[in-house]
Design a protein around this ligand. Sequence first.
Ligand SMILES: Cc1cc2nc3c(=O)[nH]c(=O)nc-3n(C[C@H](O)[C@H](O)[C@H](O)COP(=O)(O)O)c2cc1C
Length: 174
Amino acid sequence: MKKLVIYYSFEGNTRLIAQTIAKAVHADILELKPVQEIQTKSFMKYVWGGQQVVMKKTPNLEPLIVKPKDYDLIFMGTPVWAFTYAPIFRTFFATNKLWDKKVALFCTHEGMPGKTLPNMSKALKGNDLITATDFLNVLKNPDANQEKAEIWAHKILVDIENQHQVFRSINQKL
Ligand SMILES: Cc1cc2nc3c(=O)[nH]c(=O)nc-3n(C[C@H](O)[C@H](O)[C@H](O)COP(=O)(O)O)c2cc1C
C-alpha cells in the first residue's frame, strides 16, 4: 500500500505533524506551496489569510513533486484558517480530482477548528474517509502532539490491516 502525507503549513505547526506521521508510517510527503506566500507573520496574516478564505480564493499552487493519484492511503493536513481549511487546498481540490483513495484528515489550530474537517471531507467526496483528528497548539506543546500523531497514524495502519485480514478470511470461506 503506497502512503502519502499531503500538507500545507504557514508557520510550522502542520509541518511538524505531517513529518511525524510520514516518519511513523514510512509515507512519502508532499508540501503544498503557494506560488506567492503571505508576506507577514504579524497580526496582518489573519487579515490577508481570512480575506482569502472569505473571498474563496484559489492561490496559485507550485507544481507537485509527486502524483497523489499514485497512492492508496493519503493523510491530508491543514492549518485552520477562519474556521476552515487553508485556501491552497481549495486550489488543490480543484486541480487534483482524487477518487477511491483511503483518506485520513487532520488539522492544526488554536482552539477554534470550526468546520475544517467536515468541509475537507465534503471536498473529498468519492473517497473513503477513514478518520479525522485535530491537533491543538502544536508548537507550544510539540511532544504530546507528536506522540498523539504517531499513535493515530499507527492505529490507522493496524485498522486497515485488520480489515484486510477479515476480507481474506471471508474469501477463504467462500
Ligand atoms: C489566516 C489565519 C487564520 C486562522 N484562523 C484560525 C481559526 O479560525 N481557528 C483557530 O483555532 N486558529 C486559527 N488560526 C491559527 C492556526 O490555525 C494555527 O496556528 C495553526 O496551527 C497554524 O498552522 P501552521 O503553523 O502549519 O501554519 C489562524 C491562522 C491564520 C494565519
